[in-house]
Design a protein around this ligand. Structure first.
Ligand code: BGC
Length: 740
């Protein structure tokens, strides 16, 4: 309907009806099971509130959605449909790799297409809004939600944010789209010490330069909702932070869409210690222009009183309500309250072979080959006895923690995919060991059953080990499918020990002692510190949580039917003590190399390198490449002008392979200190054996800009270093002057 009609509708609503639009409840209130991703509490709201509520959390399934909507509308005075919102984060029935893996594809165009398919599946099953993409910049591997982030680089995250939003929203095509809600605004990835829900405190410069661009890119791409994060920034919880929500998001960036809280965040303002009551918490959130209260009774029970007492103006409620009504209208709900929801269509879409094929292709491209000594990979399909050992060899948990609406039964495991590939070869399988010492330490999450046999006692674990070692002894090569338990990452998955869990480490060392080559395939949701097991493996393939087609995708890579092409978008440390760790830090006054200081007094650790074990941008293929001949088209650049940088890349190996050619810049002297390198562009190229290609990048003034001493985006005159290479630590270098 027209916007005028939407406004007329608003004018006919009672205060209670308007407030209802700002209340989001879970399925329990509508008589279906509730999936909880936050604290379980009895809400304390009346049926009258349920009858005017505006949206439903995490209930999907076309028939269920239709039934709830029909019943709700039959009781509703103004027939304003409910909005169904859910966490469809990196897949629906077909699950793709976790976002960290998606980041490692260095391929936003591919991800846009994947997200269009995800939207199509979810939309057919009744989803109208998805709480995705999460684009929190992440620099601390202790934080469990690393898995939800495309990585540690602001520019690259922004490219993904745009691609994901465009894929989900797909120009709001009613059959193939869901509205996107970017999260978690803002800077949630910077929680102190990587501890979930913890404090965030940083300079405004860093916030704006590094942490905000991902969300901004989503908003610029037309993202229709924004979710506030749980954390404080400068001691003010974001859900009560008028400067961030009203000031930056709405006034500076012009965001006119809906702001929703994270789970129960309004009520948690009391625990933060900035509100003494639900009433005060509600007033603060509404004053910050937060529109929807997810899963607390605060708005439902407090807003009317606040308006009546004059503590809030009714126009504030009107504005928030209008934003929600407009969202419903843009989604076409007033014309068709069910949108695409249709069980047969959902079923057909979920089984579209193109979706499974896309999930497989993306999982191949997300995996990063970290090590391949003696070219132990690829494996041979014939004439090689392979022992496949480990908790992830035959497990559906390869879909990762946040695929909460997925159908686990559809995950194709590594074991079944490898068996299918082998033409007469031999594959032995053993679970080998438990994933973690004690499952009870991981806390509950209703959706995730324990790994098969995980609760087996000591005797079973000892038997698995014997079986695995015997299998290894009879084999030519061992493939160890190991990693973090899926509940060791994701929400509330913070860890201080980011190494491979102990039972698996022990088994890996015993397998090493058998003396056969060992290929480690890793399943995890964060960068791990691999130093203590690196020598126990000849090859390491980082698979992340690769999704429902993880098995086939990894088998393709292991047998060389596809070439590994993923590149890290997060730094892998030697040890957890290096965290937070990221590639684009500062030089300091006493850099470890080249400072002129001798001996002790430089910026370094006594017991560990400063750099990453596996740096940002790093990843191997089954080929080798040489970069040479970096040349610049000129040695100066002027405002409005361009400068081109060219480099030649040659495949010196025997196999075809993908190179992700990366361009970094450094501003040598600025009005404020500048990072030692920053990613500015990249190209993916495929090279046949012996093939050479010249890759050209165009450098422009905008690429040099940063927040200067006066907090203005400026490109300052001076010398810049250009670095081009296969990863951030291995680059060809040249310099130019920017002259104003
Ligand atoms: C998470 C969000 C999620 C929400 C709704 C919260 O616990 O932090 O990412 O969207 O629950 O399920």
């Amino acid at each position: 309907m027209t916007d005028q009609k939407v406004q007329e509708l608003l004018s006919r609503m009672t205060l209670e009806e308007k407030i209802g639009q700002l209340v989001q409840l879970d399925g329990g209130c509508y008589g279906v099971g509730a999936l909880a991703t936050g604290p379980q509490a009895k809400l304390g709201i009346t049926q009258d509130v349920v009858d005017v509520s505006g949206s439903v959390l995490n209930v999907l399934g076309a028939d269920k959605v239709r039934a709830i909507q029909a019943r709700y509308l039959s009781r509703s005075r103004l027939k304003i449909p409910l909005l169904f919102m859910a966490d469809v984060i990196y897949g629906y029935k077909n699950v793709y790799p976790i976002p960290l893996g998606l980041g490692c594809t260095w391929n936003p165009a591919l991800i846009r297409e994947d997200y269009r398919m995800i939207a199509e599946e979810a939309c057919a099953d009744g989803c109208m809004v998805t709480f995705s993409p999460p684009v929190d910049l992440v620099r601390d591997a202790r934080w469990g939600r690393c898995m939800e982030s495309p990585g540690e680089d602001a520019w690259l995250n922004s490219r993904y944010a745009k691609a994901m939003v465009e894929g989900f929203q797909n120009d709001l095509d009613p059959a193939h789209s869901v509205a996107s809600c970017v999260k978690h605004y803002a800077a949630y990835g910077a929680v102190e010490a990587g501890r979930e829900y913890n404090t965030v405190d940083m300079s405004e410069r860093r916030l704006r330069q590094d942490y905000l661009p991902g969300y901004k890119a989503a908003v610029d791409a037309g993202c229709m909702l924004v979710m506030t994060s749980f954390n404080t920034i400068d001691s003010v919880p974001v859900t009560a932070n008028r400067w961030l929500v009203k000031g930056i998001l709405r006034d500076e960036w012009g965001f006119g869409g809906v702001v929703i809280t994270d789970y129960a965040a309004i009520q948690e303002l009391k625990a933060h210690g900035v509100a003494a009551s639900d009433r005060e918490a509600s007033r603060l959130a509404m004053d910050a222009t937060v529109d929807i209260d997810m899963k607390t009774p605060c708005y439902a029970n407090q807003l009317a009183g606040l308006v009546r007492d004059g503590a809030l103006r009714e126009e504030q409620i009107d504005e928030a309500c209008l934003r929600v009504l407009r969202l419903k209208n843009r989604l076409g709900l007033f014309e068709d309250p069910y949108r695409r929801a249709d069980a047969a269509c959902a079923e057909a879409t979920a089984h579209d072979p193109a979706h499974a094929a896309a999930a497989r292709k993306t999982a191949q491209r997300a995996a990063v080959l970290l090590k391949n000594e003696g070219n132990v990979l690829p494996l041979r399909k014939q004439g090689q006895r392979i022992a496949l050992i480990g908790p992830y060899a035959d497990s559906a948990d390869i879909i990762g923690m946040w695929a909460i609406h997925a159908d686990r039964g559809r995950a194709v495991t590594l074991r079944s995919a490898m068996e299918e590939k082998l033409a007469g070869g031999v594959l032995g399988f053993s679970q080998g060991c438990r994933t973690v010492e004690a499952l009870s330490a991981l806390g509950e999450f209703g959706n995730v059953p324990a790994l098969q046999g995980e609760d087996a006692g000591e005797a079973a674990a000892a038997r698995w080990e014997q079986e695995a070692l015997a299998l290894a002894a009879e084999s030519d090569v061992v493939v160890a499918a190991m990693g973090e338990h899926m509940l060791q990452s994701g929400e509330s998955g913070s860890r201080t020990d980011i190494t491979l869990p102990a039972p698996q480490k022990r088994l890996l060392k015993k397998l090493r002692a058998v003396g056969k080559p060992v290929v480690l395939v890793l399943f995890n949701g964060r960068p791990l510190a691999l130093e203590d097991i690196e020598a126990d493996c000849d090859a390491i393939l980082e698979a992340w949580f690769p999704g429902t087609q993880g098995g086939p995708a990894l088998a393709d890579l292991l047998f060389g039917d596809a070439a590994p092409s993923g590149r890290l978008t997060v730094s892998f440390p030697y040890t957890v003590g290096q965290e937070p760790l990221y590639y684009n830090g500062f030089n300091t006054g006493r850099p470890a190399e080249g400072s002129g200081h001798s001996g002790r007094f430089v910026s370094r650790y006594l017991d560990c390198p400063n750099e990453a074990k596996y740096p940002f941008g790093y990843g191997l293929g089954y080929h080798t490449a040489v970069y040479s001949g970096l040349t610049l088209s000129a040695d100066t650049l002027r405002p409005g002008g361009t400068l081109s940088a060219r480099v030649t890349v040659r495949n010196t190996g025997a196999a075809a392979g993908v190179e992700v050619v990366q361009l970094y810049l450094r501003d040598l002297v600025g009005s404020v200190a500048r990072p030692v390198r920053e990613l500015k562009d990249f190209r993916r190229i495929t090279l046949q054996p012996g093939e050479s290609r010249t890759v050209e990048f165009v450098i422009r003034e905008a690429m040099l800009a940063f927040l200067d001493r006066n907090m203005e985006w400026t490109a300052e005159p001076g010398t810049f270093e250009v670095m081009i290479g296969p990863h951030c630590m291995e680059t060809q270098k040249a310099r130019f002057e920017f002259i104003v």
